[in-house]
Design a protein around this ligand. Structure first.
Ligand code: FAD
Length: 288
């Protein structure tokens, strides 16, 4: 089923994200992770794509399994930064053959030391979106950044590029993680003024490891608000307490989002179904 139809039909949606196993990972454990996430009954599950890395080929395999074995719609991420147009065309053919209807079209981070852009290769996600649109009946999502993309100096320029990306054929957009809902509300106001009308899926990251999150916030330009920093400082050396606090923080964030009309919630589950399950349990009367 196409995700745009799910987003249109259901008032509140909840989806999860997972990433393919790293080389050498316990594959049986990974299979249990897929099953446990699917059994939570999400509206769809997205599967990340390692930009040119060794896990990228597994994205399609896992997305296909999610649909065929568990009957849950899958969203296959696809990055283009390190791919030629022919490689992307061949990936799209394989997706079609496997019944994948939903693609999150991304540029991907520029690999260190790479000559970017390679001639005849992709430069921005909007070019990938145009190619996907012309090569099949896919539902296409794209990434957006409530605090602006880290490479873009001005937020308003970034929103201008987002508007162009949407016009190239995007059906919905999913946000980068954010920890202050006001940042998202401000972003929603700004994109409305740019007449960006596609559904926005809000990406919520339940934080269970404070050191890891500080690092990824630094890289992605995501702000950690003082309220969250106090929690991370207090519990950084107590994993069980940090996990509990991270789940409570994400739960509160989602309740506030839904109360304010942001009803499509994407949980950055990070292959931890127990955390998603606890959040779902906390929201059992709200999300169903
Ligand atoms: P783009 O939309 O192309 O934007 C990249 C930069 O170029 C921005 O600074 C933008 O302002 C600028 N720009 C865009 N269009 C134009 C234009 N027409 N002219 C001039 N400048 C322009 N990475 C992975 O490797 N694998 C994943 O699975 C993955 N999943 C993600 C899921 C989500 C929801 C999000 C938010 C990010 C994800 N990423 C993933 C990270 C993403 O690949 C990086 O953030 C990457 O740096 C930008 O990708 P993009 O598709 O947003 O690029």
């Amino acid at each position: 089923m196409k995700i745009k139809e799910i987003l249109e039909k259901k008032e509140i949606t909840f989806s999860c994200e997972m990433f393919p196993p790293k080389p050498g990972a316990d594959l049986q454990k990974f299979e249990e992770t897929i099953r446990a996430i699917a059994e939570l009954g999400p509206d769809f599950i997205s599967v990340t794509y390692g930009a040119g890395g060794s896990t990228s080929k597994r994205t399609l395999e896992i997305a296909t399994e999610i649909q065929n074995v568990y009957g849950v719609p899958a969203l296959a991420h696809l990055t283009c930064v390190a791919s030629s147009r022919e490689e992307i065309a061949s990936s799209l053919r394989r997706m079609k053959e496997n019944g994948i209807e939903n693609i999150l079209a991304l540029r991907g981070d520029i690999p260190q030391g790479m000559d970017f852009p390679l001639s005849q290769h992709y430069r921005y996600a909007c070019e990938l979106i145009e190619d996907i649109r012309s090569q099949g009946d896919f539902c296409i999502g794209a990434a957006c950044y409530p605090e602006g993309h880290v490479e873009c100096e001005h937020k308003s320029e970034d929103i201008g590029y987002l508007s162009h990306k949407v016009k190239c054929g995007c059906d919905f957009i999913t946000t980068q993680m954010f920890f202050d809902n006001n940042v998202l509300y401000n972003f929603l106001y700004r994109i409305m003024r740019q007449d960006i009308r596609v559904p926005v899926v809000a990406g919520v990251m339940p934080v269970t490891n404070s050191r890891q999150i500080r690092r990824s916030c630094e890289l992605s330009g995501t702000t950690l608000p003082p309220r969250f920093r106090a929690i991370a400082d207090k519990f950084s050396d107590h994993p069980a307490a940090m996990k509990q606090a991270g789940i409570a923080y994400a739960t509160e964030q989602i309740i506030d989002l839904i109360s304010n009309g942001v009803t499509h919630i994407h949980l950055y589950t990070m292959n931890k179904p127990d955390i998603a399950a606890q959040i779902m349990d906390n929201l059992s009367a709200i999300i169903r």
